[in-house]
Design a protein around this ligand. Structure first.
Ligand SMILES: *[C@@H]1O[C@H](CO)[C@@H](O)[C@H](O)[C@H]1NC(C)=O
Ligand SMILES: *[C@@H]1O[C@H](CO)[C@@H](O)[C@H](O)[C@H]1NC(C)=O
Length: 227
């Protein structure tokens, strides 16, 4: 019989540490590759007969330099619709990225354009301003804002999973930035879209309570965001 009630039962401890290691496992970046490379086989049958973490690889003997090169970020993209546009390299246009835990993006932002507050669930991001002046910022979990202006060739880091934004402070000139991510599939979730335009929608009364706004406010915001 154990008489010290303050010492947790060993199986409880085991559960605690197992739980902790599981959680920490989830917070890690993409897993390390177990081969030099695994060039994504983008011709895999569709619908896929099986699902793995990443993409299947082509025969390594068929891999060549072109699998590790891309011009996907060379062209400016159309910013008319949202005021900004983002071209991302994925395993679809840079197949050599598969399993390496990397992605890149080119961001074109029109005058006074805003990449709205959003987060990347699977990656930290380092953004480099190539052209223009950008106001960048992120908010940590104590709701502290870290913000400053970036001039060409200056860089800023958005830590993984934290809400951040990028704003072109010039009202006329286009700004261009290049970003790197430590995941081949960083994901993107915009705070405004996740709350107001999810499918199916979050009930109005939940949003009214959360933001202390009226039903017509909810309607107006939903309408503005879906335009
Ligand atoms: C690269 O492929 C992704 C699809 O995975 C696509 O969304 C993106 O627009 C492509 N980028 C370019 C510049 O072609
Ligand atoms: C981004 O730019 C591409 C190419 O210029 C264009 O086809 C696409 O519609 C644009 N996306 C948005 C959301 O504006």
């Amino acid at each position: 019989m154990r008489d010290n009630k303050n010492i947790p039962h060993p199986s409880l401890l085991l559960h605690f540490f197992l739980g902790l290691s599981l959680l920490m496992g989830r917070a890690r970046p993409d897993p390390d590759p177990i081969q030099d490379y695994c060039v994504a086989d983008n011709r895999s049958p569709s619908p896929q007969p099986f699902f793995i973490n990443g993409k299947p690889c082509i025969d390594p003997n068929l891999a060549g330099p072109s699998h590790f090169a891309t011009s996907a970020l060379s062209k400016p993209s159309d910013t008319k619709r949202l005021g900004y546009n983002m071209s991302t390299t994925t395993t679809a246009n840079l197949s050599g990225l598969n399993t390496l835990g990397l992605a890149m993006a080119r961001i074109d932002i029109a005058g006074n354009g805003l990449v709205e507050p959003h987060l990347h669930p699977r990656a930290s991001e380092v953004i480099t301003c190539l052209k223009g002046v950008l106001l960048v910022g992120f908010v940590d979990t104590s709701y502290r804002l870290f913000t400053l202006q970036l001039k060409p060739s200056e860089s800023f880091v958005f830590p993984k999973g934290l809400i951040h934004f990028v704003y072109n402070i010039d009202s006329v000139g286009r700004a261009v930035a290049l970003s790197g991510f430590n995941s081949q599939n960083p994901g993107k979730q915009a705070a405004s879209l996740a709350t107001f335009t999810s499918n199916p929608p979050i009930p109005d009364y939940v949003l009214e309570k959360a933001f202390r706004i009226s039903e017509s406010d909810v309607e107006r915001i939903r309408k503005n965001l879906s335009g």
